[in-house]
Design a protein around this ligand. Sequence first.
Ligand SMILES: C[S@@+](CC[C@H](N)C(=O)[O-])C[C@H]1O[C@@H](n2cnc3c(N)ncnc32)[C@H](O)[C@@H]1O
Length: 298
Amino acid sequence: MPTARVDDSLDHARRLNAHYDAATTSEGGSLLARLRDAFLDAGCDPDRLSVDEVAGIDQLHLGGRRASRSLATMGELQGGERVLDVGCGTGGASRLLAAEYGCHVVGVDITTAFVEVASWLSKATGLAEHTRFLCADAGSVPLAQESIDRVWCQHALMNMPHVPRVLAEWRRLLVPGGCVLLHEVVTGDNPEPLVLPVPWARTLATSYLRSREQLERSMTLSGFEPLRVDDVTDAALAWRQVHSRRESRPDDALEKSRRLPGPEMIFGEVFPTMGRNLRDNLAAGKVRILEGVWRAIN
Ligand SMILES: C[S@@+](CC[C@H](N)C(=O)[O-])C[C@H]1O[C@@H](n2cnc3c(N)ncnc32)[C@H](O)[C@@H]1O
């Protein structure tokens, strides 16, 4: 890899780690340690957790588990398939695909703290045998060529500056005829600037939104044919509206110490603002949400 590309990649990793693990700097203690303490405070054993208990911290995309199930259904996922979860975050989709669809999943993410948390949560929920996690850039994944049946990617390309490089890596890793299942944020028709912060960016330094047309063109140029692509913005907006309403009036009846950890443990106190801004950007047509399946052309 030429030096300029290595520097570029290190800089990208540094910016994303600073964004997604910002609360570690402000709060002190690793994300893993803080989350373990939060589960203890909520009366849970951090080494024996249910998938429901961890749902507040392992679904870092619009629509939560329902959106992941919708994508899995659209892509007709089959038991035993080898799936690469690109930009897996804390690994919620990887575990869902293992637990509900019988897949063998490798999650890859550039944010070190997320990979540590993903591995811990899989062990704690009894899914470590079917999921494993690697800390790597999606443009250079340490796996053998043609070792993956499906690439799965939810809300991660909008963090990545070099999509053609990432798509070339998907082509290398996929078996002939393998599919890509994508749930992604793209720009809308409203060209006004995004209201920031949003969950993937506090500043434009980590936001690389593209239009639907640009994304579809990149997929075609990289050797993928679309099987189906849906615009699911309305459902995503409705989901975000409900969650923003909930986040604006925390349940006073439940003592803070007994609440299960949620996304504010990861993003910090700014999370409700990020959620509201995302809602408003969706409502104003500045961003849209796509769900689709593409097949590698032989
Ligand atoms: C909004 S989060 C979504 C996480 C997960 N897909 C989910 O839906 O819960 C975006 C994730 O993409 C990861 N990411 C961004 N750029 C990446 C890259 N170049 N290589 C690997 N992971 C990356 C980030 O670290 C972050 O965990």
